[in-house]
Design a protein around this ligand. Sequence first.
Ligand code: AMP
Ligand code: GLY
Length: 434
Amino acid sequence: MRILVLGSGGREHALAWKLSQSHLVSDLFVGPGNPGTSSLTLTNGKQVQNVALLTNDFQSVENVLLQYAIDMLVVGPEEPLVMGIADYCKNRKGLENILVIGPDRRGASLEGSKDHAKAFMTACRIPTALYRTFSCGQYAEACLYLDSLEPPYVLKADGLAAGKGVLVEPNLDKARAGLKEMMEGKFGAAGNKVVVEQFLRGTEVSVFILTDGIHYKVLPEAKDYKRIGEHDQGPNTGGMGAVSPVPFADADFMKKVEERIIKPTLEGLAIRGCDYQGFLFFGLINCNGDPYVIEYNVRMGDPETESVMMRLEGDLAAACYSLKTKTLDKVALSAASCHSVTVVAASGGYPGQVKKGFPVRGLDHVKEATVFHMGTSAMPHVVTAGGRVLAVSATGSTLLTAREKAYRQLSSISFSDMVYRKDIGEDLMDFKKQ
Ligand code: AMP
Ligand code: GLY
């Protein structure tokens, strides 16, 4: 099988890493990929190849699909999915037989429009925060609704806003100011509609499934560490670390997730004629033992994927390929009993402006962990090329041993301005003791 993975971050490196271990894969391409993806080797001895393309330019994706006779396209990021890459392939002569791992535009609107996702959850009776949606001309009405809620206040731009479209404000003045900014175009067209919702108190957990539209497999769950600073201080980032498993996501909790969230979501999609194929990421919050949906993402998370892939047992390429015949139920995928910890090394200044081009040293010294590249380039030596640079993932029989390994291995890597959180997984060790 010839596979193209679309994207260039740590998530795509981790997906390619797992796919590269399958005997079913004869050739693996990553577009545009990164220096980490091109250093992977397949079971047949071939090297994984990076190919030049622009992920949101479907003509450039098409050229690669045709040039390399791709059988299966695994889409990493949300933007091409929301823009309709799956629909494009389905309707394009010569591409119609390529299996796309990722939903069509309709399925992807679960992430592409917060208002749509909330309306869908309400109609399907899926537990989520109470909300109302306002168009940008309804500032006064939205303020009245804010008055009826308790602080803190949650405001969400309806459309994709590169992960920055959610504000959680501590008081009414800040909430009104944030609302005004959103409605006046701070996030461009994404803020044409604004979702105002009830704040939910609890601990977040990311749950992932792979689905063929009928069957689904629950992948290992993970906890993401979103804030830049230790003990969840400072601004939100794409994620500074991840841990799997998550202690409170026990069999009881996961049963509730399946019965109250996963099954109603898939049934709701099917009833609406949406043949959802691909990964689906449920951003959940545990409120006193009950799961609520904070958001859907129609792709895997980053850096959660790095932790998830480290624990995933089974042939990911076979599982993905089974989506073609809707026979995912025949494929074995399970979670290893180990713990995995991922720590992200970022450039100083992230999530704001960062300097790039610093040499990354010590990658060859890492023997006990897997280093996934998030934002690097080869010049020909590896240099920093983004806010989040590397994800160091290690496994261990306990959370403690996995953490120690990840941090020990990270300490042998260096680049100018490197920053990382030293408390990834720390709260979960405390959780265990409670
Ligand atoms: P989202 O992009 O919808 O995942 O929101 C980003 C982050 O904002 C989430 O990961 C939560 O930490 C926080 N958040 C969003 N909605 C809520 C809510 N209703 N209650 C509490 N926190 C929320
Ligand atoms: N780490 C959160 C996300 O990928 O959306």
